[in-house]
Design a protein around this ligand. Structure first.
Ligand code: AMP
Length: 398
């Protein structure tokens, strides 16, 4: 796959296999893992290695301890959850480098697992420090990266150490991300329909620009739609806009025209006269067709837009969705995103959903099983969609 080896292509039998996983899980007030999704997602790679008699060394970051040992960011609770899931003991080590760690790894039996303490307890991890990278590399015969969410960062555990380990590959999670975000999006079954939402055009300019070379249709929602509305001479009331990006929105509309891509903007908007994000409440709601009046703030795509977008989703053979279509965190303005999630689920085409909010919308509407692929990496998936190289993947190229 683009010069990157897959885990099934390297010999792991009896080897010390260092796996960079994403165990950046939420913990509750008692310090227990409150959402196991990321741990469960890592199981196929871990089980594959165990079945082949590998010695599995797991490493991750958790939270932002900023190079300090911070008890609440310890990975110890993850060891317990993982042991229960695999029905096998996990040896938890209180550091990720050093003599004690090296001895423990040296003493590992085949089919056993070690979980290292939070990589970010050392500033050297995020600094991609050479000596720290070498110390991590000393633990491994084979390096496997299965942490897609950090593949766009050049850290010691994602880039620095890789050069010092003879064999390297991606795990099953990253393999799947590449299969969908690179291959399916790069060579889509057509029509290929993209839905983009979220707060800002500026965050997604490069993605829109890149997708204007690939998609047949792009459906815009969320607050970024208001910057496009301004560009078309409409008023947007007190909606969230980026006035300095209007020119850019115009350029994107122009590019869409010359590439013959249908760039669709909402035809109606649900707006409110008052939004309290903290209390998650809205005041009076009103639907505007076209311009939004002064004193009103757009919070969701309107029913007519939802209907039109649903029809486009239904017609498409490949559908990619990134970014919520409204203020999804507040129930009264989540309808657009939920209905789009349902339309994706009802599609018989390949459906790909990325970004935390959209994945939440999919789960909330109870249709995760009907989606072809839910991407786990926010920043990393946007970079990949922009067609940019991810340092963590470049490092793996032989
Ligand atoms: P992003 O991280 O760029 O995908 O943006 C997600 C955020 O966009 C969420 O927190 C939403 O509340 C926000 N958002 C979506 N639509 C709107 C809107 N119409 N007005 C304000 N914020 C919005």
């Amino acid at each position: 796959m683009n010069g990157v080896k897959l885990i099934k292509d390297v010999a792991v039998e009896g080897k010390r296999v260092f796996v960079r996983v994403d165990f950046n899980v939420p913990l509750d007030a008692q310090g227990n893992v409150s959402d196991e999704t990321r741990i469960v997602a890592a199981l196929p790679t871990i089980q594959f290695l165990l079945e082949r008699g590998a010695k599995v060394i797991l490493a991750s970051h958790l939270g932002r301890p900023k190079g300090q040992v911070v008890a609440k960011y310890s990975l110890r609770p993850v060891a317990q959850t993982l042991a229960t899931k695999l029905n096998q003991p996990i040896l938890f080590l209180e550091d990720c480098i050093g003599a004690v760690v090296e001895e423990a790894v040296q003493a590992m039996a085949e089919n056993s697992i070690v979980l290292l303490e939070n990589l970010r307890f050392h500033t050297e991890e995020e600094a991609n420090d050479l000596e720290f990278s070498k110390s991590l590399a000393r633990l491994a015969d084979v390096y496997v990266n299965d942490a897609f969410g950090t593949a766009h960062r050049a850290h010691a555990s994602t880039v620095g150490m890789v050069a010092f380990v003879p064999q390297k590959a991606v795990g099953f999670l990253i393999e799947k991300e590449l299969q969908y975000l690179e291959q399916k999006v790069g060579h889509p079954d057509r029509p290929f329909c993209v839905i983009l939402g979220g707060a800002k055009v500026s965050d997604k300019i490069h993605v829109i620009d890149a997708l204007l070379n690939k998609a047949d249709r792009i459906l815009i929602g969320g607050a970024m739609a208001y910057t496009f509305a301004l560009a078309q001479g409409q008023t947007v009331g007190s909606s969230l806009v980026e006035r300095d990006k209007v020119e850019l929105a115009l350029q994107l509309l122009q590019k869409a025209k010359s590439n013959e891509v249908a760039l669709c903007l909402p035809v109606d908007t649900v707006a409110t006269d008052k939004m309290d994000r903290e209390r998650r409440t809205l005041g009076t709601l009103k639907t505007f067709h076209g311009s939004i009046d002064e004193g009103w703030e757009g919070v969701d795509i309107g029913p007519k837009t939802t209907e039109i977008y649903t029809k486009f989703i239904h017609e498409a053979k490949t559908i990619l969705w990134n970014g919520p279509l409204g203020v999804f965190e507040i129930e009264a303005s989540a309808a657009g995103s939920i209905k789009i999630a349902q339309a994706m689920a009802a599609s018989t085409g390949t459906t790909i959903v990325g970004g935390g909010d959209c994945v939440k919308a999919i789960h909330q509407s109870g249709c995760a099983q009907q989606i072809s692929f839910l991407s786990t990496g926010g920043g990393a998936s946007l970079k990949l969609l922009e067609g940019k190289a991810l340092p963590g993947l470049e490092a793996l190229k032989q």
